[in-house]
Design a protein around this ligand. Structure first.
Ligand code: C2E
Ligand code: MG
Ligand code: MG
Length: 290
């Protein structure tokens, strides 16, 4: 049934023993993930975000990983889908919020004031507890709201755009910035830009990370998104910057921020202060950036 649903619903899928093996594997992993949440096997890595006008790294994005006792460090794609189908997204997102705000507090004690982006799941949004969860995590860690950015995808706001807009507006009133993640992938309704009270638009890497020979088309698409954002008072961030050329394009087209392997891969928490110190020492402002 799940295989038929995954293939697009309303379909027939012939049973094969491999399907049972896959289902059993998912069930085992779901049980292990439930335990992992209480055993603290999840870890956050942090990917630097470059503020283009100053040339300085002013923030990082928290990205969850699972330090599995036998299978090593697992990427989100290997366990988030299981969390979604086994009611584990809400506890997982709460764990991430708590861990990220504690990390902000720990860095503050070391003299590092960096903004941290946290990805939020559709469940947490739909549950209506997002604002409370965010505010209590900030209060418990003793961190100012200006140091947190909440990242949402269009799928997480799709079910109830009005409810989403209300919660986003409330977060921003409280000083927490909100960004729309992966804009330009999926359907990316332009109406979102008009109605959602976001402060940052993260342009999906499928636009930024153009293939050779497609620079002009990519540039036109990015320029259009940046201009739309500007008209709505939203700053843009180019995601998935992998080359010097892509970084130059982000600057040229007026993006405010850039993030990607060319700047840095996601780093373990203890590597972040040193990386930022070294980056600040050699920072070069980009003249054309906004
Ligand atoms: P995202 O929020 O769009 O995060 C960016 C993803 O792109 C990260 O993958 C990052 O490692 C990868 N990336 C960054 N720069 C580049 C680049 O230059 N090239 C390429 N090819 N990839 C790049 P990661 O860590 O595997 O995360 C994948 C997705 O999983 C995230 O996409 C986000 O949607 C989700 N995710 C990660 N952590 C969390 C979390 O704590 N909570 C929730 N709800 N979702 C999360
Ligand atoms: Mg994100
Ligand atoms: Mg993204």
């Amino acid at each position: 049934m799940y295989a038929a649903k995954a293939a697009g619903r309303n379909r027939v899928h012939v049973f094969h023993p491999d399907l049972r093996t896959a289902a059993e594997r998912r069930a085992t992993l779901a049980g292990e993930l439930r335990d992992a949440l209480v055993r603290d096997e999840l870890v956050l890595h942090y990917q630097p975000v470059l503020h283009l006008a100053s040339g300085r790294c002013t923030g990082v994005e928290a990205l969850v990983r699972w330090q599995h006792p036998e299978r090593g460090l697992l990427a989100p794609a290997e366990f988030l889908p299981i969390a979604e189908t086994h009611d584990l997204m809400t506890p997982l997102s709460r764990w991430v919020l708590t861990a990220a705000t504690r990390q902000i507090a720990a860095w503050r004690r070391q003299g590092l004031d960096t903004v941290v982006g946290v990805n939020i799941s559709a469940d947490q949004f739909a549950g209506g507890t997002l604002v409370d969860d965010v505010l209590s995590a900030l209060a418990a860690a003793g961190v100012p709201p200006e140091q947190l950015v909440i990242e949402l995808t269009e799928t997480s706001v799709a079910e109830d755009p009005e409810g989403a807009a209300r919660q986003m507006a409330e977060l921003r009133r409280r000083g927490v910035e909100v960004s729309i993640d992966d804009f330009g992938s999926g359907f990316s309704s332009l109406g979102q830009l008009v109605t959602l009270p976001a402060g940052i638009l993260k342009i999906d890497r499928s636009l930024v990370n153009y293939t050779e020979g497609h620079r002009d088309r990519a540039a036109a698409a990015i320029a259009a998104v940046v201009a739309l954002g500007q008209a709505c008072g939203i700053r843009s961030l180019a995601e998935g910057v992998e080359t010097e050329g892509q970084l130059a394009l982000a600057v040229e087209l007026g993006c405010s921020f850039a993030q990607g392997f060319h700047i840095s891969r996601p780093l373990p928490a203890d590597a972040v202060p040193g990386w930022i110190a070294a980056q600040h020492a050699s920072a070069v402002p980009a003249a054309v950036a906004h």
